[in-house]
Design a protein around this ligand. Structure first.
Ligand code: CP
Length: 308
């Protein structure tokens, strides 16, 4: 069985370009499987996976659960709201208690950046990061890059714009690492208050001009404003943000070319993206969601192969 270079998938920063290519090759095969009438293979029949979600999720949680079931794994779901973490138990104790019930792998979303790195030092099971605060969301970046590659071919030299709330976005950081490993040029664009200081040290371009940036890029990955992570106001209002940085049909029609539109979800229609853009033939937003299942099947399958 082919294996990744890492025991866990904690972030894109930790994995190699070869790992990413192997995940994509494996995902292509699983995409073919999930489009068959019988969408299931027995690959992880002897594996039990716990999905631990300490933060809200629609796409990622359902996508992981489906990926696990398509691979014939046994699945348990845990949500923080109804768990004993509310009674003061530590994360490490909670996870070690779950592992004591003969669980093999952990998929976890947690609001604290670095929670997965901490856990990896204290448990034996493989861990997949399903999003840690404002830090990384590796499977989202993998499915985004896989979807771009399906649409545009080899990403070397392709120009990718990530626009919106870069400061609070784990999707932005994981996308930057993934796209650069695949040879793409990356630019970020948004209000100055939502672009982290020194982000150009990561090798990305920075622009505050959305129209010029859209003209520059081959693909625009549009991010929402993460109001739940903002303790102070970074923008005057959503209405003003939408007027200055929102993608609408008039703005796209004014470009001298066609670009691919992506969004990781959840979308705030009428804020960062208008419906006539989100639902247009240029948008591949639902293809991203479809590819998420195949990418997560590939990640789980390859990590399970690493098990001693
Ligand atoms: N893209 C993403 O992570 O969506 P959810 O928060 O719904 O999982």
């Amino acid at each position: 069985m082919s294996l990744l270079s890492q025991k866990h998938l904690l972030g894109i920063q930790d994995i190699t370009t070869q790992d990413i290519q192997l995940i994509f090759e494996t995902a292509k095969q699983f995409k073919e499987v999930i489009n068959r009438p019988i969408k299931k293979v027995p690959s992880l029949r002897d594996i039990t996976i716990a999905n631990l979600f300490f933060e809200n999720s629609t796409r990622t949680r359902i996508s992981f659960e489906l990926a696990e079931k398509r691979l014939s794994a046994d699945v348990i779901n845990f949500s923080a709201a109804s768990s004993s973490t509310k009674k003061g138990e530590t994360l490490i104790d909670t996870v070690n208690n779950i592992l004591a019930m003969k669980v093999d792998m952990i998929v976890m979303r947690h609001p604290n950046p670095g929670a997965h790195q901490l856990l990896a030092k204290h448990i034996d099971a493989q861990i997949v990061n399903a999003g840690d605060g404002t830090h990384e969301h590796p499977t989202q970046a993998l499915l985004d890059a896989f979807s771009m590659q399906e649409k545009l071919g080899d990403l070397r030299g392709k120009k990718v714009l990530i626009c919106g709330d870069i400061k609070h976005s784990r999707v932005a950081l994981s996308n930057i690492f993934c796209l650069q490993k695949l040879g793409a040029k990356v630019r970020v664009c948004g209000p100055p208050t939502l672009i982290p200081k020194f982000i150009e040290n990561l090798g990305v371009e920075v622009s505050y001009d959305i129209k010029e940036s859209l003209q520059w890029c081959d693909v625009a990955n549009v991010l929402r404003i993460q109001l739940e992570r903002q303790d102070i106001k970074y923008i005057p209002s959503l209405r003003e943000y939408s007027m200055a940085f929102g993608l609408n049909k008039q703005l796209l029609d004014s470009l001298k070319k066609e670009i691919v539109i992506m969004h990781p979800g959840p979308m705030n229609r009428g804020v960062e993206i208008d419906s006539d853009v989100a639902d247009s033939k240029h948008a591949i937003i639902l293809q991203q969601v479809e590819n998420g299942v195949a990418i997560r099947m590939a990640v789980l399958y390859l990590l399970a192969g690493k098990k001693e």
